[in-house]
Write a protein that binds this ligand. Structure first.
Ligand SMILES: [Zn+2]
Length: 426
């Protein structure tokens, strides 16, 4: 089977379908109707491939089953886990995904990638150190007027190509595979109505990471701290000795946050406090602060910093009332994945089998897999091949698409050989 031809053809076809999601839509799901266009197409293609249980539910989730094909009654078949493969259908709301015109730059020979629709704004090697790795390969971009949508139509094309591969060669053994294509991931609602129980997988992988050979098994631990400062409002003409201005106290509060722990001053595994919303007036101000760390201990330390500032400031101005309320947002999925080490180990083995060197990465943010992991479905994220997500400079080497399909296939092979002794509930 010509993997390269098929995965490329699928990818170029899917990116032309506009599936942009929309921020702040609460009265409907998914946030935009046009995501259904791709969902319906995938349903018909999954049916054509002869998968079981092909279905699009009322929320627009597309799911299907490829039954395992090991000889009945073999020992291996009975202990094989059900493996879920997930990718999201929507694209980033802030950059247009309408009329995407993908361009294949054949046999890339280094230098800037010129985009016809954005003269003078090429994709430059100095901003994209990874480009050099793909000299001699074909590279796909948009024409520069829209994003490309490799995030995450690359993942969809790869999963579809894998299924098609199995359909064309029934002798390749694989476990029972559950496929899931989700809407609204880019507006943080990808798993909002996802029925983990009905999906019925033991483990899953999202094919939604950038680059090649990466396994993302960590996210931030995330809390939100809401600081409320109550002052005393008095007519400013007669305020001497009486007014306690919550606006000024809030400014002071924010200024005291440590400069070394801000999003704009941290990277890698460093923690941050991000004051990202302030509202109020002289009598009351609310400051919303995102608290981020890779460990729950780190999270606590950051929250103590906030509490310390509150005490300091309250000592200096005892007439004000100051309260800090902390709400949990999400937790590092590594806490769950560490309980099922085979999930990441098998992925790393699969990456090695296709001749790549696996890299474990931590996401400075959240991912659909985090929520699924905490709902009982351990779900790390795998590279889908693209770069520069969410921008008109998005690009993907064809090799990235091909390798991702090969990694998925090798992953299924690893499950057939090794199973998952530490599967949840096993
Ligand atoms: Zn994505």
């Amino acid at each position: 089977m010509d993997i390269r031809g098929e995965v490329m053809e699928r990818f170029l076809r899917y990116v032309k379908i506009d599936t942009q999601s929309k921020e702040g839509v609460e009265d409907r799901y998914p946030s935009t109707d046009k995501q259904h266009d791709l969902a319906r197409l995938l349903v018909s293609e999954l049916e054509e491939l002869g998968l079981d249980d092909v279905c699009m539910d009322t929320y627009g989730y597309v799911t299907a089953t490829l039954p395992q094909n090991l000889p009945a009654g073999t020992r291996a078949a009975s202990r094989l886990p059900v493996v879920g493969l997930l990718a999201h259908m929507d694209t980033y709301p802030e950059v247009s995904g309408k009329d995407v015109k993908p361009v294949v730059h054949r046999d890339y020979q280094g230098g800037p990638l010129e985009l016809a629709g954005a003269p003078g704004e090429p994709i430059r090697p100095e901003d994209n150190p990874d480009l050099a790795r793909y000299t001699g390969d074909d590279i796909i971009t948009s024409d520069g007027t829209t994003l490309l949508g490799a995030d995450d139509k690359a993942g969809i094309a790869e999963i579809m190509t894998l299924l098609s591969w199995y359909r064309q060669d029934a002798t390749i053994a694989h476990p029972r595979i559950r496929v899931g294509f989700t809407p609204d991931e880019e507006v943080s609602n990808g798993t909002k109505y996802f029925d983990v129980k009905a999906f019925g997988a033991d483990v899953a992988y999202t094919a939604d990471g950038s680059g090649m050979a990466e396994v993302e098994d960590e996210t931030f631990c995330a809390d939100t701290a809401v600081v409320t400062i109550k002052g005393v409002d008095v007519h400013p003409g007669y305020a001497k000795g009486k007014m306690v201005n919550a606006v000024r106290l809030a400014a002071d509060f924010i200024a005291r946050l440590p400069a070394a722990n801000l999003p704009e001053t941290t990277e890698g595994r460093q923690d941050y406090l991000h004051p990202y919303q302030v509202s109020g007036n002289v009598s009351q101000v609310t400051i919303t602060i995102l608290v981020r760390s890779f460990t729950e201990d780190g999270l606590k330390k950051m929250e103590q910093v906030i509490e310390g500032i509150r005490e300091e400031l309250n000592r200096a101005e005892p007439r004000a009332t100051m309260r800090v309320e902390v709400k949990e947002s999400y937790r590092n999925m590594k806490i769950i994945l560490d309980k099922h080490p085979a999930v990441v180990r098998n992925a790393e083995e699969a990456i090695r089998r296709v001749g790549l060197d696996p890299k474990r990465m931590a996401i400075r943010g959240g991912t659909d897999g985090a929520r699924l992991s905490f709902e009982g479905l351990p779900t790390p994220n795998l590279s889908a091949g693209g770069y520069n997500f969410h921008s008109r400079h998005e690009w993907i080497p064809v090799q990235g698409l091909v390798k991702a399909v090969e990694v998925l296939r090798a992953l299924m092979e690893v499950y057939v050989e090794r199973g998952l002794e530490d599967a949840p509930g096993a």
